[in-house]
Design a protein around this ligand. Structure first.
Ligand code: G3H
Ligand code: 13P
Ligand code: ZN
Length: 332
């Protein structure tokens, strides 16, 4: 039986993006796969009064069960109210949907927003697939994110070694023919914790590797083509080096983990970028806390004893992101 997101107390991205665009900040889109991640996201955003997008990938649906995730998102709204957030602005979004059927299934289960990622198809096939999803989604009041350009690295099922930057001259045609509500673009970010090789970086005076800057020139050219239109940035983890250090000091083997410097994300958030996707940083925060706990307290075996600190670290990370990077704190 299908259910509308409105009955679950969730919201789509329309108002969120309108306000984010006008206010020069970005809405956080945090991925979740389990209860601790959901609790950390909701408690950080409730405390900071930040609108938030809870993202579910198809991998998350396989891992956690789609029905459970949907009820968790419904629970997130009630949990937020219990934490004192009277009117929670929470969107439940499908991350990297790759088929019409998957998007439809999420819409029917109460998602308020979906991404249809047709970026690995030909341009015309991407348009046809995206348009089909938009037609179904809009009939249900659900907003849709499309993608033009390909990020380097792994995009769920889709693997690519090189960036294909979004071509500004295509965006007007894509947006008008598909009817999407927001557009994910490729300007140099990528998924995961190894966004750049050391060879692509320069070394600053403190010996820290500095990656090449994002292609803000392409972003500006896109903004000129579609003024006022919400842009989405995937692959926006900054890969905090303190987490990498804790992981490696406690038995981990993360090599050359390099992310997007936070000042570049702040700059993007102030522009037409209205949604910033962060997943890997949360994975690093949790893993750092869990590895440290295992190493320091090898006699403990109650999962609450290591998942508790991991959840706390995650909350700290998300709070930092909404307050100091995305600027969404106090906007809900
Ligand atoms: O863009 C990918 C997200 O980080 C989700 O990753 O497919 O491993 O759940 P996942
Ligand atoms: P990161 O791997 O940089 O966190 O990107 C996440 C993302 O784009 C999810 O869609
Ligand atoms: Zn992504």
């Amino acid at each position: 039986m299908s259910v509308s997101y409105k009955e679950l107390g969730l919201v789509n991205t329309t108002e969120m993006f309108k306000k984010a665009f006008a206010g020069g900040y970005a809405i956080p889109a945090f991925n979740f796969n389990n209860m601790e991640q959901m609790q950390a996201i909701v408690s950080a955003c409730a405390e900071q009064k930040s609108p938030v997008i809870l993202q579910v990938s198809s991998g998350a649906r396989k891992y956690a069960n789609q029905t459970l995730l949907r009820y968790m998102a419904q629970g997130a709204v009630e949990y937020a109210k219990e934490l004192g957030w009277e009117n929670p602005q929470i969107c439940l979004h499908l991350d990297h949907g790759d088929t019409f059927e998957l998007c439809k299934s999420c819409i029917d289960m109460g998602f308020s927003s979906v991404m249809i990622d047709g970026s690995h198809h030909s341009y015309e096939d991407n348009i046809a697939l995206t348009k089909k999803v938009v037609e179904y989604a809009h009939a249900h009041g659900v907003t849709v994110e499309g993608e033009l350009g390909v990020l380097a690295g792994v995009e769920d099922e889709v693997s690519s070694d090189h960036h294909t930057y979004t071509q500004p001259e295509e965006v007007v045609d894509f947006v008008s023919r598909t009817g999407v509500d927001s557009l994910a673009i490729s300007i140099g970010t990528s998924h995961g914790a190894n966004k750049f090789t050391p060879a692509q970086c320069t070394v600053n005076a403190d010996g820290v590797l500095v990656p090449p800057p994002l292609r803000f020139d392409i972003l500006e050219a896109i903004e000129k083509q579609i003024p006022g239109f919400p842009i989405v940035l995937h692959g926006a983890s900054s890969v905090p080096q303190e987490y990498v250090k804790i992981i490696n000091e406690n038995g981990g083997k993360l090599k050359d983990a390099i992310g997007i410097p936070e000042e570049q994300l702040r700059k993007a958030a102030a522009s037409a970028v209205c949604k910033i996707n962060i997943d890997s940083d949360g994975r690093l925060a949790m893993t750092a806390a869990v590895r440290k706990f295992y190493n320091e307290q090898p006699d403990k075996f109650d999962p609450r004893q290591y998942l508790g600190p991991a959840r706390e670290e995650l909350k700290k990370l998300y709070t930092h992101k909404v307050v100091a990077v995305l600027g969404s704190a106090g906007k809900a």
